[in-house]
Design a protein around this ligand. Structure first.
Ligand SMILES: Nc1ncnc2c1ncn2[C@@H]1O[C@H](COP(=O)(O)OP(=O)(O)OP(=O)(O)O)[C@@H](O)[C@H]1O
Length: 822
């Protein structure tokens, strides 16, 4: 049985401040602006664009209606000088049924043709082109050619001059398309030298479609979810109400089109993106197509090569970075209106603090046994020994910490007045903290642990070393542990500790190879509370076990140096790393997430870490972006190597005690909430939630409570099986006798808590629909990008299996096609 010390996690209502309004998301400016002719200045148009999309319930292309549009004409701006041209392509509904992808390809091809004309064209009379007006020059900086700005366009009221381009023979296979691009020059135009690569877009598209269908067919069997809404809510005492979202579908199509938010990214890595047109638009991707990550780098079971640099941010035009907003998070019903919670805005510490008391109450049921816990630590040889005296006192006695004054034994310097026989010299006093049992602590006879006195801070500040919450007050420059370390800066603060960066000042003990003078370390200064102290010792003990099992440091587990005590605080010395993954999301993927390559590289490292824990039979029990640290390369500024940290909730599998508050709520597996026995599979669940968050920048299950968490899980993954519910310690809190889910919800009108019975048969939401763009957008993706995205969805699906027995293991995850690329 465990020590009974488990860290509390919040379970209160999630702050509404964490919500992000998706409707505020702007569409990135892109080359499609060239096809808008709404007379709105570009910046305003961006905003308006989004509004129209929302209002009309379709997305992405403004007035252009997908599947029913034609390219009307290409116009050369009336004021364009010879040899250059301003191109405005009007896209207007005609009723013809042209697939969206084809329209895009047609437009892009045509514009590229036109740009070719622009580059190669010369005036028939040999004159150089007329200089551009300043306004056009400005525009040309953006376009590298004609500016498509509002100012340079004909106003809606002014007659537009439609001019035919010089005769550019439509390429083979484009029969019929040429008519859409009829444009005539205002003045006789020079005969351009048109060098046209022979292309057959229809064939190209057909080929892509065929490949795509092959890929989709392969994945259909594994991940497709039904599109039929099927969660029915029967309000107790009321009529049935459907809470099905509007966003469910066959798994590949988005009904709202909002998934197109990131769709423009697809162009950068697609063959289309490589056209001079995009280059001329000034759209530079820091991850050009040639740098597209290959997905066969190393055997996945091997360790990740250190320092292999990769970008983190999503690139505005990278197709595989599509992370559409979950359409099913935007239900007007309001039931799940709080679904979209930005990962960057979420602060789990606040939540943990709010729930601390609740958790303490919960722990009272299982009284911790500090004696056995401490004795166990000593037996394991973690850190420095703590004096523990035999104690046969009753366990129910309460502990207290007090400060007492004792003689300073170190005050034994030569005293010249001794020579005069001053035997009565007063010894200096110093303060020490002792921990003793409240009921039997008379005359100090029951003192248990003598903590180290303050040795490096002036006595006058001794009383003031902790703040009101028991955090040690950090003083940069302070020297701790008998001159061994000097604190430099604060690195972060959690529920249980303040973490500082420090420099090694002296190496103590030759056996400590890690003590290199000048080396930077992190010191976790645990809060001065008994439960946290014990929890900290346990953390060091488990970290040591994991490090010992990974002597070559290949499994992405934080490295422990040693522990010591400072002024009543347990201090855990570890390697010093850079920012945690929540900060990485905030900095490189705020609200949109990181790019697929980074997610894949991080996933690999996390699965390796998890495989080590599984091998050592250790459950981390608090995996979340906050507890995963990235290393910092001062050379490349890359955050490429991860380490799993904060093992304060970790325990041996055999110690796993049933508590519904283990793991931070958003990352909490269903078996914990239900009160079932658990193992390392709970960490796999948390990693699934974390990977989703890394890729989308959104929290997957932002439940307000454990009960709400279960509802969100079942909406996405279907019903929890009856076997699990029957065995669950807390099953009756969430399910009725007929195994229907009982949801605790706030009444929208009265605000009162009400119970609703949910008959859940199948999932109503779809992971794939949340992550994979619409089929028309898929046409713009490279095949391997689409395959990788679908593999990612499949892997997440397996990490998030409701039944822990069926959840993917770390080893299988490392061999999954998303990781191997096969
Ligand atoms: N080795 C380290 N190097 C750099 N920063 C660190 C290190 N360890 C911790 N930190 C920073 O301090 C923060 C708090 O650390 P940690 O999560 O271990 O503390 P905690 O008190 O156990 O927090 P929690 O509330 O998550 O349980 C981390 O999120 C991280 O930003």
């Amino acid at each position: 049985m465990s020590s009974g010390i488990k860290r509390p996690h919040a379970d209160d209502a999630h702050s509404a401040s964490g919500r992000s309004d998706q409707s505020d998301r702007k569409k990135p400016r892109d080359w499609r602006d060239a096809f808008l002719d709404d007379g709105v200045p570009p910046r305003d148009r961006d905003r308006d664009y989004g509004r129209r999309d929302r209002d009309q319930g379709r997305g992405g292309y403004g007035d252009r209606q997908i599947g029913a549009m034609m390219i009307d004409e290409a116009q050369v701006g009336d004021t364009a000088p010879q040899g250059t041209e301003q191109i405005i392509v009007n896209v207007s509904p005609r009723g013809e049924n042209i697939p969206d992808g084809m329209v895009t390809a047609m437009i892009t091809d045509k514009i590229r043709d036109m740009m070719t004309v622009s580059v190669r064209g010369k005036a028939s009379d040999g004159r150089p082109p007329r200089p551009l007006s300043p306004r056009r020059q400005q525009g040309q900086q953006l376009w590298g050619g004609p500016p498509p700005t509002h100012a340079s366009r004909p106003s809606p009221s002014a007659p537009q001059t439609s001019v035919k381009l010089p005769p550019v023979a439509p390429p083979q296979g484009k029969a019929g398309m040429g008519q859409f691009f009829q444009a005539e020059p205002e003045e006789p135009e020079p005969e351009p030298e048109v060098v046209e690569e022979e292309q057959d877009p229809a064939k190209m598209l057909e080929e892509r479609r065929r490949k795509r269908e092959e890929i989709m067919a392969k994945f259909k069997a594994t991940g497709g979810k039904p599109s039929v809404p099927n969660v029915v809510v029967n309000e107790v005492g009321g009529g049935a109400e459907s809470v099905a979202s509007g966003g469910t579908r066959t798994g590949l199509q988005t009904s709202t089109g909002k998934s197109l938010a990131c769709s423009d990214k697809s162009l950068a890595d697609s063959p289309i993106a490589a056209t001079p047109m995009l280059n001329n638009l000034g759209i530079q991707s820091s991850n050009p197509p040639s740098a597209t990550p290959t997905i066969t780098e190393q055997p996945s079971l091997a360790h990740t090569p250190q320092g292999k640099a990769f970008d983190l941010a999503k690139h505005p035009f990278a197709s595989n970075d599509s992370a559409p907003l979950p359409p099913d998070t935007q239900t007007p019903s309001g039931v799940h209106a709080d679904m979209t919670v930005s990962a960057a805005d979420y602060d789990p510490t606040q939540e943990a603090l709010a729930d601390h008391e609740k958790r303490q109450k919960d722990l009272e049921a299982v009284k911790p046994d500090p004696q056995s816990a401490i004795a166990l630590e000593i037996a394991d040889g973690v850190g420095e020994p703590i004096t523990v005296e035999d104690d046969d006192s009753p366990k129910e006695e309460e502990w207290e910490e007090v400060e007492i004054e004792v003689d300073d034994e170190e005050d034994d310097e030569f005293d010249m007045f001794d020579a005069f026989g001053d035997d009565e010299k007063q010894k200096k006093k110093k303060k020490v903290t002792v921990r003793r049992l409240k009921n039997g602590g008379q005359a100090g006879a029951r003192e248990e642990i003598i903590k180290k006195p303050a040795s490096t801070i002036a006595p006058e500040v001794v009383d003031n070393v902790d703040d009101a919450d028991g955090y040690y007050r950090i003083t940069p420059g302070e020297i701790v542990d008998d001159g061994r370390y000097q604190i430099t800066i604060s690195l972060g603060k959690g529920m249980f500790s303040a973490v500082v960066k420090a420099k090694v000042l002296k190496a103590v003990g030759q056996e400590r190879r890690q003590d290199v003078v000048g080396k930077e370390v992190a010191i976790k200064v645990v809060r001065s509370q008994e439960s946290m102290y014990i929890s900290g010792r346990k953390e060091a003990q488990i970290l040591k076990k994991l490090n010992d099992a990974d002597p070559d440091d290949k499994k992405h587990m934080l490295r422990l140096d040693r522990t010591f005590e400072h002024r009543g605080h347990l201090c855990i010395v570890t390697e010093s790393l850079s920012m945690n993954l929540r900060d990485v999301i905030k900095r490189f993927g705020n609200n949109v997430g990181l790019n697929m390559r980074a997610v894949r590289a991080y996933a690999h490292q996390l699965f390796l870490g998890l495989s080590l824990m599984r091998k050592c039979e250790v459950v981390h029990a608090d995996i979340k972006p906050d507890n995963i640290l990235a290393s910092h390369s001062t050379v490349t500024e890359n955050k490429t190597t991860l380490k799993i940290c904060d093992l304060g909730s970790a325990a041996e599998i055999t110690e796993g005690e049933i508590t519904p508050y283990l793991v931070s709520r958003f990352y909490r597996a269903p078996e914990i909430i239900l009160g079932l026995p658990y193992d390392t599979a709970i960490d796999m669940w948390s990693i699934g939630c974390t990977l989703y968050e890394l890729f989308t920048g959104k929290i997957l299950f932002p439940g307000r409570s454990n009960n709400h968490m279960l509802l969100l899980m079942m909406e996405l993954k279907g019903k929890i099986n009856h076997r699990m519910i029957k065995k669950a310690s807390f099953g009756t809190m969430h399910f009725d006798e007929a195994m229907n889910f009982i949801g605790l919800e706030k009444d929208k009108i009265t605000g009162e808590d009400t119970l609703k019975t949910h008959v859940i048969n199948k999932p109503t939401k779809d992971l794939r629909a949340r992550l994979v763009p619409s089929s028309s957008e898929q046409l713009k993706m490279k095949d391997d990008e689409l395959k990788q995205l679908l593999n990612f969805v499949d892997l997440l699906d397996k990490c998030l299996h409701l039944d822990p027995a069926k959840r993917i293991t770390p080893r299988d995850a490392l061999l999954h096609p998303f990781m191997t690329g096969h």
